[in-house]
Design a protein around this ligand. Sequence first.
Ligand SMILES: *[C@@H]1O[C@H](CO)[C@@H](O)[C@H](O)[C@H]1NC(C)=O
Ligand SMILES: *[C@@H]1O[C@H](CO)[C@@H](O)[C@H](O)[C@H]1NC(C)=O
Length: 479
Amino acid sequence: MRAQSLVVACGALALCLALTGATNPGFVVRITQAGLDYAHQHAIAILEKELARLKLPDISGDFRFLGKVYYQISNLDLRTFHLPHSQISLVPNVGLQVSISNAFAELNGNWRVKYGLIRSSGSFNLKVENVYIRINLRLGSDSSGKPTVDTSSCSTRISKVRVRFLGKLSLVYNLFKKAVESRLRKALEGKVCDNVAKAVRNELQPYARTLPVTARIDSMTGIDYALVASPTATARSLDTGLKGEFFSLAHRATVPFPPLPLGLPPDHERMVYFGASSYFFNTASFAYHSAGALVFEISDSMIPGGADFRLNTSTFSAFIPQLETMYPKLPMKFRLSTRSAPFLSIGPGGFSLQPVVDVQAYAILPDATLAPLFLLSLTTNVSAVVDVTSGHIVGSLTVGRIKLSLKQSDVGAFQVRTLQSIMNIVASKILLPRVNARLGEGFPLPLPDRIQLSNILVRFHQNFLLLGADVQFQPQIGR
Ligand SMILES: *[C@@H]1O[C@H](CO)[C@@H](O)[C@H](O)[C@H]1NC(C)=O
Ligand SMILES: *[C@@H]1O[C@H](CO)[C@@H](O)[C@H](O)[C@H]1NC(C)=O
């Protein structure tokens, strides 16, 4: 009974989403193991630098050897910290784990002992080997929808520490060698995780936050790439659902349709995949439409040089003879608009949309006022090719055959099909190049700083476009 009523309620998808509170992402970013491995290389290089900056406190103590021996270890200076073996792995439903094995470090310092009346000092060299570090990273999102990353746990184990004292009196040194080794090992074990947490907090987290969750695209629209939930680790990838919604900067309206569930295929050859749902593209259409950007005025000066007609009533009287008497020898203009935002669908064959464009023709009177002549409805099948350049989704549209119908005439009846070839030119030679120029500039993908994409793959699936790419990280100049 209850299940049935839920089914009824969920018949209206929007309502169901409202009831369950679930938000499907409009855009999904998937980082595969290959992508994690690539990111890991860079992260390890940063961690090595961070660990080499590790500061150890002075150590002092005493022990009994026929009397009290006091020792002090100071000026501990870590020279290098090498992390030659490490790997990053996905922990399904938890996060990421970085395991570092056989790391080694070398440090120098000074020692001083006091034993009765004997005082001695010198330097020493310490080799630390077989360092194991295990770091668990927890990924989340904050209230602004930005990704967060922090260290949920960290452990360090050092199994080999070798001190070499430089100086005389080796008997004395060897007496406190054991004590020093174990205290240095403990100090180091404690500090490594502090520095790991610091590197995550000071380097990784700020970097993750360079993901532009709201990007202004142009003077009219922006795009909302806020995370809709925390990133999810699966056995093969790290998936992040983003809102993926365009909006008008002047007036952000509630989108009247919900995003559909988006199931990425199990591809994993590329480092990253982006799933851009039909919702994503339709909110673009909706935003540009709400911003008034889908209105095009076409005047005589826009008619391409090669066309053998001008946009004036003399030209059109050949098809609408009554124009010759009603509006003789006047320039004309067209106003192209869409009643509602064009809605596109995505299937395995690509994009398809059938926009319905209103074409209002005017005569321009000598006092510059516009006299409406006729209103045509123009429909066509539009297809699109898509690519990625410079981190932007770019596109280009082609229009099929154009169908015209007369919606209204202020100049009496006429044969609409006689306008076919002129409207073909208007659509394909004037309108389309303008739309394609904009689509050629593209729309930014959600990428953090200094990422370049290569090896682009474009595939269409039911309800979404899948883009795959490999990533290249551009090191910051001057660091
Ligand atoms: C109007 O169009 C006709 C033919 O297309 C052209 O010969 C004529 O010069 C145009 N008139 C003006 C004022 O541009
Ligand atoms: C668009 O394509 C569909 C199916 O391919 C066809 O039925 C329809 O007539 C086409 N519309 C136009 C305006 O060409």
